[in-house]
Design a binder for this molecule. Structure first.
Ligand code: 2AM
Length: 180
């Protein structure tokens, strides 16, 4: 009898192709100053909760947690490009993290913690990783704002291949439409 392999999973906001392109171009701007390794365009996303290796029999409780979430859609204004010296990641982020995004992460983490998943104690810092192994001369770089209209969130499977990580959306959950 074959035993199903564990799979690496994470919850994320996943941008449309046009937005991936805009963020990729911002990443190119960072790349010119900071070097490092660019996130491939089709891999650009915002991680909400990283689960790591998951057994097939844990899938149901993971999707049950996401099924319970009833939050409204929101926009994120990405108006900062920056760099963290500690992990050499260069990123796009927002000055203000929208309340529903904070709630989404909190609710995922709470629900998943109850199922035994462990999360970083550090405060969630919403960001899109654009470069790894980067070395930027400045920690903050000016950039024209990019608006991300988050209308759903996704569960993603990650597989490491010779050319780097490949991501596949496993399931999508809509956020509730706003009143206007
Ligand atoms: P990051 O890019 O914001 O660092 C898929 O691997 C995503 O999950 C990555 O984009 C990464 O987010 C995040 N991730 C990977 N390993 C992680 C870990 N050990 N803890 C938390 N997040 C992780």
């Amino acid at each position: 009898m074959s035993v199903p392999e564990p799979v690496r999973l994470f919850f994320a906001l996943w941008p449309e192709a046009e937005l991936q392109q805009a963020l990729y171009e911002a990443g190119n701007k960072l790349y010119q100053r900071c070097g490092g390794r660019r996130t491939r365009r089709e891999n650009i996303h915002l991680t909400l909760a990283f689960l790591g290796a998951v057994d097939a029999d844990q899938m149901q409780c993971i999707t049950d947690v996401a099924d319970q979430i009833a939050l409204t859609a929101f926009d994120i204004l990405f108006n900062r490009l920056g760099w963290w010296r500690r992990n050499q990641v260069a990123w796009a982020a927002a000055d203000e993290t929208p309340r529903p995004l904070i709630d989404l992460v909190k609710q995922l983490q709470l629900g998943l913690s109850a199922e035994g998943f462990k999360f970083d104690e550090r405060r969630f810092q919403a960001h899109v990783t654009l470069l790894r192994k980067a070395n930027c001369p400045q920690v903050l770089i000016d950039s024209p704002p990019i608006v991300w209209q988050a209308r759903d969130f996704v569960l993603v499977r990650s597989t490491l291949q010779e050319d780097g990580p490949h991501y596949a959306i496993v399931q999508r959950w809509p956020l509730q439409p706003t009143a206007d």
